[in-house]
Design a binder for this molecule. Structure first.
Ligand code: ADP
Ligand code: ASP
Ligand code: MG
Length: 409
C-alpha cells in the first residue's frame, strides 16, 4: 500500500514528538507500505512567525502578502528537516522535500493559495529508493516561483492533495484528538467520536468552524475519492473515516455542531434597490479573494434595500475599503460592521429527509435567551449568527438538545 501520513503541529510539537512520528512512519514502512509524510510547523510556530511579521508591519498592502508567505513557509521547512533526521537516527531512510521541490504549483493568492498541480515524480523516486518521503505541508509555489501558503490549517490540504496525486491507498491525518467529534471535544465535554462521516457533512463541519480538517482538504478528498482517516498521534485507536455517504447515515438527524468566531458582519444601509447593485458590491470582494458567506437582503424603504453579509474577520478592513470604493456615494454611517459575532451551525445529512430541525434549533436557543442575528440554511445545515459571547453556550445546548452528547457516566 501507499500510505500518506499527515502530522499536525502538536504531533511534531517537540523533539520527543518528532521522534515519535519517526517511529510511527518507520513502523508503517516495515509493515510493507510505501510511506509519504506531510508535516506542519511545530505547534505555535506559524503564529510566532506571523506575529514577528506583524510587529514589523501590521498592515502590509496586498502586494506585500507575498512576504508573509516567505516567512510563514519556513515553519514547515524546519520540521521536514527534523523529521527526516529523526527517521535516519531511528534506523530508517528519508528525504525531505519543500513544496517547490515536488512542484506543488498553486495560484498566486498569497496566504490563501489554491493547489493547481502536483508532480509526484520526485516522491516516487525517493520511495523507489526505499526512503520515506517527508514533504512540507502548507506551502507551494506559483507559476513564477514565488513561495505561497495555503491558508491556516493548509497542511491538511497538502496531505490530501498529495494522496490524490499519488493515488495513495489512504491519507491518515494525525492530530491531537481521536478523530472527528460531534462537536469540538475541547469545548463540549460530552462530544462523541464519529466513526464514519460523509464527505458532505465533513465539508460543512469544516467550513463552519471545525478546524480538525481544512475545508479544501475535504473538497480534494471528495473530488478524488481519497480515503481520509482522522486519528490521534498519541495512541493507536481507530479514528474517524471520511467516506461517501452511506444509507444509514440518514437516520441520524444531526451529526455535528460547530462554531466559527472568525467572521465579521457588514451591513450596508439603504443601497439602491436596482439590478446590478449586488454585483457591483460583491465583484471587487471576489476579485480580492474575499469569501463572502451569509448574505441577507431586506427592503428598507421604497427603492432602497439593506444588505447584510459576513466575511472572514481578517478581511473586514479591506472589505470596507473595497465597498467605499465601489459605492463612493454611500454615506459614512451607511456601512456598519460588527466583529463581535459567532456563527453556530448544526449539520447532518438526515436533515434532507426530516422537517423541523430549523424550528428545533431556534427553540433550543430561545430557551437559553440567545438572540439570533442572522440565519442561513442549506440542505444539510442550519447556521445562525449570535453574539460572540454566546458561542460556546449555543454549541453546548444545541449539541445536547439534539441528543448528540454521550450518556452521563
Ligand atoms: P493539527 O495541528 O493536528 O492540524 P488542529 O488544531 O488544526 O490540529 O485541529 C485539531 C483540533 O480541532 C482539535 O484539537 C479540536 O479542538 C478542534 N476541533 C474543532 N472541532 C472539532 C471536531 N468536530 N472534532 C474534532 N476536533 C475538533
Ligand atoms: N502551520 C500551518 C498553520 O499553522 C499549517 C497547518 O498547521 O496545517 O496554519
Ligand atoms: Mg490543523
Amino acid at each position: 500500500m501507499l500510505v500518506v501520513q499527515k502530522f499536525g503541529g502538536t504531533s511534531v510539537g517537540s523533539v520527543e514528538r518528532i521522534r515519535e512520528v519517526a517511529r510511527r512512519c518507520i513502523a508503517t514502512q516495515k509493515a510493507g507500505n510505501d510511506v509519504v509524510v506531510i508535516v506542519s510547523a511545530m505547534s505555535g510556530e506559524t503564529n510566532r512567525l506571523l506575529g514577528l511579521a506583524k510587529q514589523v508591519n501590521d498592515d502590509p498592502p496586498p502586494e506585500y502578502e507575498r512576504e508573509l508567505d516567505v516567512i510563514a513557509a519556513t515553519g514547515e521547512q524546519v520540521t521536514v528537516g527534523l523529521v527526516s533526521l529523526a527517521i535516519q537516527k531511528a534506523g530508517g531512510q528519508a528525504q525531505s522535500f519543500l513544496g517547490s521541490q515536488v512542484r506543488i504549483v498553486t495560484d498566486s493568492a498569497f496566504t490563501r493559495a489554491r493547489i493547481q498541480s502536483i508532480d509526484g515524480q520526485k516522491i516516487h523516486d525517493a520511495l523507489k529508493q526505499g526512503k520515506i518521503a517527508v514533504v512540507a505541508g502548507f506551502q507551494g509555489t506559483d507559476a513564477d516561483g514565488n513561495i505561497t501558503t495555503l491558508g491556516r490549517g493548509g497542511s491538511d490540504t497538502s496531505g490530501v492533495a498529495i494522496a490524490a496525486a499519488l493515488k495513495a491507498d489512504v491519507c491518515e491525518i494525525y492530530t491531537d484528538v481521536d478523530g472527528v467529534y460531534t462537536s469540538d471535544p475541547n469545548v463540549v465535554p460530552s462530544a462523541r467520536k464519529i466513526d464514519r462521516i460523509s464527505y458532505e457533512e465533513m465539508l460543512e463541519l469544516a467550513s463552519l468552524g471545525a478546524k480538525v480538517l481544512q475545508i479544501r482538504s475535504v473538497e480534494f478528498g471528495m473530488k478524488y475519492g481519497v480515503k481520509i482517516h482522522v486519528r490521534s498521534s498519541f495512541n493507536n485507536n481507530e479514528g474517524t473515516w471520511v467516506v461517501p455517504e452511506e444509507k444509514q447515515m440518514e437516520s441520524v438527524l444531526v451529526s455535528g455542531v460547530a462554531a466559527d468566531k472568525n467572521e465579521a458582519k457588514v451591513t450596508l444601509i439603504g443601497v439602491p434597490d436596482k439590478p446590478g447593485t449586488a454585483a457591483k458590491i460583491f465583484q471587487p470582494l471576489s476579485g480580492a479573494s474575499i469569501v463572502v458567506d451569509m448574505i441577507i437582503q431586506n427592503i428598507s424603504e421604497a427603492g432602497r434595500t439593506d444588505l447584510t453579509f459576513t466575511v472572514p474577520r481578517a478581511d473586514l478592513k479591506r472589505t470596507v475599503e473595497l465597498i467605499r470604493r465601489a459605492l463612493p456615494d454611500m454615506a459614512e454611517q451607511g456601512i456598519k460592521t460588527d466583529d463581535n459575532i459567532a456563527k453556530v451551525s448544526v449539520v447532518g445529512v438526515g436533515m434532507r429527509s426530516h422537517a423541523g430541525v430549523a424550528l428545533r434549533t431556534f427553540e433550543i436557543l430561545a430557551e437559553e435567551g440567545i438572540n439570533i442575528l442572522m440565519i442561513s440554511t442549506s440542505e444539510i445545515k442550519i447556521s445562525v449568527v449570535v453574539e460572540a459571547k454566546y458561542a460556546e453556550l449555543a454549541v453546548r445546548v444545541l449539541h445536547d438538545g439534539f441528543g448528540l452528547g454521550k450518556a452521563p457516566a
